[in-house]
Write a new protein. Structure first.
Lengths: 284, 144
């Protein structure tokens, strides 16, 4: 009788679980009927840096965050932000062909990535390739690109969008800091200033990502930390034209609009101050 | 009761894993299947693989920098049929700036961006009608 009771109990539990899993599947299916998957993408530190500095600044190693500090970030939020700084430092070193410095930052990014558990298994192969091509800057450049894409794809595939938002925020602020403070930085040049102002779109996108993907205490902490920088970017409030197709030539479609005609370029003094203040706070 | 732990729990663990296998299973799909850009383009930070299904739309909220030229290519498993990609303005109306449906669903297009803008890239498989089954697809974004 006891055996019968045990078997019956097992089957009842099994049926309940099968029923509950089918209910769960139905929920997914019903969502699938009109399912929109939305991704928010932030340009990599490499893209931000090369866009702003446009090969007009000089490599300034004193600005880089010390690799020995990588163990000193205690909270998960701080470690993810720091991961963004180090990715930007790596991109900066590579863009100036600083092989030795680049390798130091690659090792830091590699070690922190493992500790943060954000790497997919494919990263192992990247490490081996790097060891085989140690002295080739092109290889380091390509490996950086691959590493970045693998990490971002892994975070997306595993629904870790909050972590992606924090890494992106760290990379964004560090990229701005490097671009604005490097020797030769043309912060009074109209073209340079306009390229800095363009980063307002990233700032706005980060705020959307924080609101969507961070838990309340972290979201509040991020918005609180970045309040000054958000305000500084909001000083630039001119209305912009909606994007439109401006023409097609040789199969290439030109998209125009996006900027008000005849807009003047505001000073970036306050952005510069806020970037330095925030970076100082986060880097310690 | 022992049987419950012995047989049912492993089954639950195996089946619950299926929900997350999809996207990871397709990783790097875009690198292997989407058209290559001309040699002078570099990989952007958004190229990636994902899954598409019936009535499924994948949207990328994307920032494109002014003065740059972007090469976009999309691809998907044959059974998905045509893959449509649209470029939408980030305005309230969601103005469609480009759709490859008016261009024979060609899988690639190059765009010259005059000023930095925020755009939405939407990707879907309009002819795919198999419910409950997602398949691999990918998007490549390169720039110069």
């Amino acid at each position: 009788m006891k055996v019968f009771y045990n078997q019956k109990c097992t089957w009842v539990l099994a049926m309940l679980l099968i029923w509950s899993s089918s209910v769960f599947s139905m929920d997914v299916e019903s969502q699938d009927e009109e399912f929109i998957v939305e991704f928010y993408s932030i340009p990599s530190p490499d893209e931000i840096l090369t866009y702003i500095h446009n090969s007009e600044i000089q490599f300034t190693p004193r600005l880089l965050n010390d690799v020995r500090k990588s163990d000193s970030y205690n909270t998960f939020r701080d470690r993810l932000l720091a991961y963004g700084f180090y990715l930007a430092n790596l991109a900066y070193s590579i863009s100036f062909e600083q092989n030795h410095t680049g390798l130091q930052y690659f090792n830091t990014v590699d070690e922190m990535g493992r500790q943060l558990n954000i790497f997919p298994p494919e990263v192992e192969e990247l490490g081996h390739r790097l060891m085989r091509n140690m002295n080739q800057m092109d290889s380091l450049n390509l490996i950086y690109d691959e590493l970045y894409l693998l990490v971002i794809a892994n975070l997306h595939d595993t629904d870790r969008f909050g972590e992606y938002a924090l890494i992106s925020a760290g990379g964004f602020v560090e990229s701005l800091y490097l671009a604005l403070n490097s020797d030769g930085s043309k912060i009074h040049d109209d073209g340079f200033r306009m390229r800095v102002w363009d980063q307002k779109m990233i700032m706005d996108q980060l705020v959307v990502m924080f609101n969507r993907h961070l838990n309340e205490p972290v979201r509040k902490a991020m918005l609180n930390d970045m309040e000054g920088l958000i305000d500084a970017f909001n000083e630039f409030t001119i209305e912009t034209e909606s994007p439109k197709v401006a023409g097609t030539s040789n199969g290439v479609i030109t998209i125009g609009g996006g900027r008000a005609t005849g807009s003047t370029v505001n000073s970036i003094r306050r952005i510069h101050e806020e970037v330095n203040k925030l970076r100082g706070k986060w880097v310690n | 009761m022992l049987q419950f732990f012995k047989y049912i729990i492993p089954l639950i663990l195996i089946f619950s894993g299926f929900a997350t296998i999809d996207a990871q299973f397709c990783r790097n799909y875009e690198q292997q299947h989407c058209s290559e850009p001309p040699a002078d383009f570099v990989n952007g930070s958004v190229s990636r693989a994902f899954t598409l299904g019936k009535d499924h739309v994948v949207r990328f909220n994307q920032i494109l920098y002014g003065g740059r030229t972007y090469f976009l290519s999309v691809c998907g498993e044959k059974k998905l049929g045509n893959i449509e990609f649209r470029l939408l303005a980030d305005d309230e109306a969601g103005t469609v700036l480009y759709s490859n449906s008016s261009n024979g669903f060609i899988g690639e297009q190059t765009f010259q961006i005059e000023n930095s803008i925020k755009l939405v890239i939407e990707i879907l498989a309009p002819d795919y009608s198999v419910a409950d089954n997602h398949r691999c697809a990918g998007l490549k974004i390169y720039y110069k």
